[in-house]
Design a protein. Structure first.
Length: 259
């Protein structure tokens, strides 16, 4: 029996929807030139929104050897938002609920020199800023490097609110149907970039297993782009701030493959 696995793929910048923004200055008063008698505007310091608003509960990178002589390397960076609002606290709680126990189990194993009783060897994060809006992606990697997963959280530091996916698309003037269609195209391209033309590992049409594997890959591709696998409620994506999005979408893969 063939075994299949579902991996999350980063569809970075594949979801370009041709967005553009026109900035029109209407009814603006002329700015007084230096030395003119016009009134001077009070100095207003603009609030800076950047990674200084993110700290880490865990910040650990090291390696250790267990009682059987097996060496393990781990990277644990678990973020938290520096904001005292109910929504920020909820995000911080969800992050710790999802990853905190597993990271602590890894650190306990490193301290005791025992085989890790945990799933992940890496927990890392990436921030995407659009003014006060933070989109935070967390990437986890399993000990065997086969398990790759993502989580995405959105938070607006100015309003203290946590926008949902539909509100995000509205904020960037993106149609939901166009977005889902682009997401499906991106998933198809990601699958094809690894498996097309239908074959793996130098397999050619002359090989006796070519037909069966080609059928298998066609089925996996059909699953990858199936409409039921694309829901805006479940979609994980981060706006890049330039009219494109980085999305994290499951793409089918043959177990043991490099895709």
């Amino acid at each position: 029996m063939k075994h299949h696995r579902i991996l999350y793929r980063t569809l970075s910048a594949l979801l370009c929807l041709g967005l553009c923004a026109q900035l029109t200055a209407c009814g603006q008063k002329p700015v007084p030139k230096p030395g003119s008698s016009g009134p001077s505007a009070p100095s207003v310091s603009k609030k800076v929104y950047d990674d200084s608003l993110i700290t880490e509960v865990y910040d650990e990178e090291d390696s250790f050897t267990d009682e059987y002589g097996t060496e393990y390397s781990y990277i644990c960076h678990v973020p938290q938002l520096e904001a005292d609002t109910p929504e920020a606290k909820a995000i911080n709680w969800e992050i710790m609920e999802s990853f905190g126990n597993d990271v602590q189990a890894t650190l306990d194993a490193a301290e005791s020199g025992e085989t890790p009783n945990s799933q992940y060897m890496e927990v890392t994060w990436q921030s995407y800023w659009n003014d006060s809006l933070l989109s935070l992606s967390i990437r986890v990697l399993g000990w065997t490097s086969d398990l790759i997963d993502y989580a995405v959280y959105h938070y607006d530091f100015e309003t203290g609110q946590r926008p949902d996916n539909l509100e995000l698309l509205d904020r960037f003037h993106v149609d939901e149907g166009d977005f889902i269609a682009a997401l499906r195209r991106g998933a198809a391209r990601q699958f094809d970039s690894h498996y097309a033309p239908w074959g793996t590992g130098g397999l050619s049409p002359e090989d006796e297993n070519y037909g069966g594997i080609s059928i298998d890959l066609a089925a996996l591709r059909a699953w990858t782009v199936a409409e039921e696998n694309f829901s805006l409620d479940l979609a994980m994506f981060c706006p890049n701030g330039d009219g494109t999005f980085t999305a994290f979408q499951p793409v089918a893969s043959i177990a043991g493959g490099n895709g």
